[in-house]
Design a protein around this ligand. Structure first.
Ligand SMILES: CC(C)(COP(=O)(O)OP(=O)(O)OC[C@H]1O[C@@H](n2cnc3c(N)ncnc32)[C@H](O)[C@@H]1OP(=O)(O)O)[C@@H](O)C(=O)NCCC(=O)NCCS
Length: 182
């Protein structure tokens, strides 16, 4: 399928009152919670600083129909023995739990799936965390609880599955991206 350059056609900006979320479709009943979150809770969470949602809307049209969204929150990851920090850092830093930003929700309208929009939203998130958050707040990882069917989507974006027994058996394994390696 032809990939599109998201930022030529759409803008990714904070969710606002009046954004048209009613037409957002994922076409699969198991994805209903992602649609309901956008339609019912996302704006309240955004306005109350619980979870920030950024939406993909048409650049040229006056109608702010939402075609995709990404929701991000502060979080943490317990790495345990499954990850080696840089040598110097390992000597100094005895912690096993590290600060992270979590992709709490990510979805793109069914009509646009497979055209590069999802990966471009994740790349946008990486840039925001690296450029705006990491210089002022300690934060080393980007993490996500990946549904089993999207593990390979995140692997293509260099995320790794946390290698613990519990996580390997989980239906929604935690995956992480070390932002020092990007
Ligand atoms: C998962 C999702 C966000 C991916 O967005 P997208 O725009 O369709 O994906 P992209 O076009 O950017 O795909 C990038 C790569 O990942 C692959 N990919 C995309 N979705 C995939 C999936 N579900 N399973 C496996 N690989 C997938 C693509 O084939 C593509 O590979 P390529 O670069 O080799 O061609 C989107 O399909 C979606 O909204 N799905 C429903 C909601 C959902 O499951 N969200 C995930 C919550 S954790």
């Amino acid at each position: 399928m032809t990939k599109f350059n998201l930022l030529q056609t759409f803008v990714l900006r904070p969710l606002q009152q009046g954004d048209i979320v009613s037409k957002f479709a994922l076409g699969d009943k198991s994805k209903l919670p992602l649609k309901i979150f956008l339609q019912k809770d996302a704006l309240t969470f955004h306005q109350n600083d619980i979870a920030k949602t950024y939406v993909l809307v048409d650049k040229s049209l006056s109608s702010p129909r939402v075609w995709g969204y990404i929701t991000i929150i502060c979080s943490e990851i317990t790495i345990g023995e499954s990850f080696d920090l840089d040598e110097e850092c390992s000597r100094t830093c005895k912690y096993k739990t590290f600060p992270a930003v979590k992709i709490a929700r990510l979805a793109i309208d069914k009509s646009l799936q497979g055209q590069g929009g999802g990966s471009q939203m994740v790349s946008w998130c990486v840039s925001v965390v690296k450029e705006k958050i990491m210089p002022v707040v300690g934060c080393r990882f980007l993490i996500v609880d990946a549904k089993s069917e999207v593990i390979s989507f995140y692997e293509k974006l260099s995320f790794k599955r946390l290698n613990t027994e519990n996580n390997n058996q989980s239906e929604h394994p935690l995956m992480f991206l070390d932002l020092h390696k990007i």
